[in-house]
Ligand binder design. Sequence first.
Ligand code: ZN
Ligand code: ZN
Length: 267
Amino acid sequence: MADNAQPGEKSPWARGARQRFGTLLAGIWGSVTTPCPLCEARSPAGRVCGACEGDLLRVLPEGHRRCVQCALILAQDDTCPDCRFLRPAFDRVVAAFDYGFPGDLLIHGLKSQLRFTHAPALARLIVQAVQAQRLVLAPPFIVLPVPAAPSALRHRGFNPAAEIARPLARWLGGDYRTGWLQRHQGARRQKRLGRADRAREAASLYYCGRRLDGCHVVLVDDVMTTGSTLHGAALAVRAAGAVSVNGLVAARTPLLDGDRQPGPATS
Ligand SMILES: [Zn+2]
Ligand SMILES: [Zn+2]
């Protein structure tokens, strides 16, 4: 029997069929398992297994806490040297885990061995951390990957931060935008710079090609080392008009012994 749907409008039958198909697909996908990228145990499709997830997400040595702004592990009575040093332009960072074994294997697999399935697995870990650490991200908000250095982009052919940010935006309900945040050509790679040089250079490393007036922005990166990269990116989106800037990273590099000397503030 013909229904009364107007041209271009989905009929109730078509809507119902689409819904049933979506439910069927979700059911099939939910029952699919793949090997955990860390231990190869059967896991929900595209994710690390529950045991590895627990190991990665709960590492906080006894008697320590995290800096509420940059997620660095601190002794209970320490002030955060990175935040004191940078006075970050971002509001808050959530990191899924601290850089080190075994999480570094996921990062290394994505960046050096082109294991692209690690990107959604890392994004899932970030979603778990966002929920566990109660960071409220209410849509609408814009998700911007931190651009890779041109030499890294040439070498790898892709930006790992973008690979993580794309599924992450979908699961968090944000609008993924690539190319809005840009890195100045000719800027030196941060990797080989010391802490003070990183901070100095990061302040002018990025720019936005469009206005972000009134926007809430989430910056995504794979690894946060000193925070200077995210700080530089946050400065750029704030200069473009963003009213809030949060950072989501897969891994936060812990402080090394002897790396606690504060330097001059850069912003
Ligand atoms: Zn596992
Ligand atoms: Zn901090």
